[in-house]
Design a protein around this ligand. Structure first.
Ligand code: PLP
Length: 401
């Protein structure tokens, strides 16, 4: 082994299970990086993709368009809060965040406001692996510390969790506000930066600050969108609408790559002009791929027809009951659950590779990172499968590591 252990070859996936080439079956605690919310290989999504495959697997989205994209854009606009109704499709989460950042920069350029070139984001945040998105991740926890000093610097602050920290951020914005194009935050849960939960009040404070200093507010719901925290979108409970929201991961139920940056009418209107130079110049080759849009529409059918809400509540209760005993294990500093996210936080970073291997030997697929061992299962996972996952974590952490 050099920098990473060899991957396990997968033969197929089904429901909440990963079947390996050697015949072993792993119960999946990660849902393939939080995408496969309805379980793998769902027949409704598979059928929709198969139908679209017959009609048009792909066609360029410049000067041409297609029904799966129109329908999906309309459905997303109807589901999202407020006036978030102008949808720009791309193929990955990082690119959706890049597009949101470009929209924010160009919003100010188009309005004739110079100098709004930086972003304000947060410690604990993670927004992607591309060059621009690396700059708005937590410089230490966001995995990109190696590039500190090479990339352009942004303003990275602490989340405003109380009046004192809101006042501090207010001062920060007074100092930098005229340079800042937008504030960028993951609502409710900062995912890959540490699985950190925060209260809806944080979003209300951020909206207040963004309005006071006249900067845009971007919510990155690439992890939290589509039911993961118990609401269809994590910002729903806060009553706050951002100016731009980014979506991906569970958008297609974990079947095909697709993402979206959705802008409010206010942002859109800065681009809607007789001057073609005001257009947002971004056109990824596979943007709005019809197969991916068909998969996303089928996934939304499942959200409309299915009992995902009851399933997330059931999974949440199973995570709470199953992970609670870990609290007593040596080196565990916190156990927390929100929606279908269960987190055990350790005092010190674990040997993630070794832990992952031992979990696989116990028949479960769990990928710890940093100080965090977490579960983000499919919402349809059975209670037995969930029990297997939580028991594996409690047993493993109860051992002398
Ligand atoms: N934003 C958030 C909140 C994420 O969790 C992720 C991925 O984990 C991304 C952006 C980047 O998405 P992708 O890996 O699809 O580029």
């Amino acid at each position: 082994m050099k920098t990473a252990p060899p991957p396990l070859p997968v033969a197929r996936t089904q429901g909440a299970q990963i079947v390996l080439e050697d015949g072993r079956v792993l119960v999946d605690g990660v849902a393939s990086w939080w995408t496969a919310c309805h379980g793998y290989n769902h027949p409704h999504i598979r059928a929709a993709v198969a139908r679209q495959l017959e009609r048009a697997p792909h066609v360029m989205f410049g000067g041409l368009a297609h029904e799966p994209a129109y329908v999906l854009a309309e459905r997303l606009a109807a589901l999202l809060p407020g006036e978030l109704d102008h949808v720009f499709f791309a193929e990955s989460g990082s690119v959706a965040v890049e597009i949101a950042m470009k929209m924010a920069l160009q919003y100010w350029i188009n309005r004739g406001v110079a100098g709004r070139t930086r972003f304000l984001s947060f410690f604990g945040g993670y927004h992607g692996d591309t060059l621009a998105t690396m700059t708005v991740c937590d410089p230490e926890e966001g995995m990109h510390g190696l590039f500190a000093g090479v990339l352009p610097s942004q303003v990275i602050a602490h989340l405003p969790k109380d009046d004192a920290s809101e006042a501090e951020l207010d001062r920060e914005l007074s100092a930098h506000g005229r340079d800042i194009a937008a504030i960028l935050v993951e609502p409710r849960v900062q995912g890959a930066g540490g699985m950190l939960f925060h209260h809806d009040d944080v979003l209300r404070r951020l909206r207040r600050l963004a309005d006071r200093h006249d900067v845009l507010l971007i919510f990155d719901e690439i992890f939290t969108g589509f039911g993961r925290t118990g609401d269809l979108f994590a910002c729903a409970g806060s009553g706050v609408t951002p100016d731009i929201i980014t979506l991906s991961k569970a958008l297609t139920g974990g079947t095909l790559p697709l993402s979206a940056a959705v802008a409010s009418r206010r942002v859109f209107e800065a681009f809607w002009s007789d001057d073609t130079g005001a257009a947002l110049m971004h056109g990824p080759t596979y943007m709005a791929n019809p197969l991916a849009c068909a998969a996303a529409n089928a996934s939304l059918d499942l959200f409309e027809d299915g009992d995902w809400l009851a399933n997330v509540a059931r999974v949440s209760a199973g995570l709470k009951a199953g992970l609670e005993p870990c609290r007593a294990a040596d080196g565990v500093v916190d156990v927390r659950v929100l929606g279908a996210i269960g987190v055990v936080e350790l005092e010190r970073a674990a040997d993630a590779g070794a832990l992952c291997r031992r979990f696989a030997e116990r028949g479960v697929w769990i990928r710890p990172f940093g100080k965090v061992v977490y579960l983000t299962p499919a919402f349809v996972m059975s209670d037995d499968e969930l029990g297997q996952l939580t028991r594996a974590i409690c047993d493993e952490l109860g051992q002398d590591r």
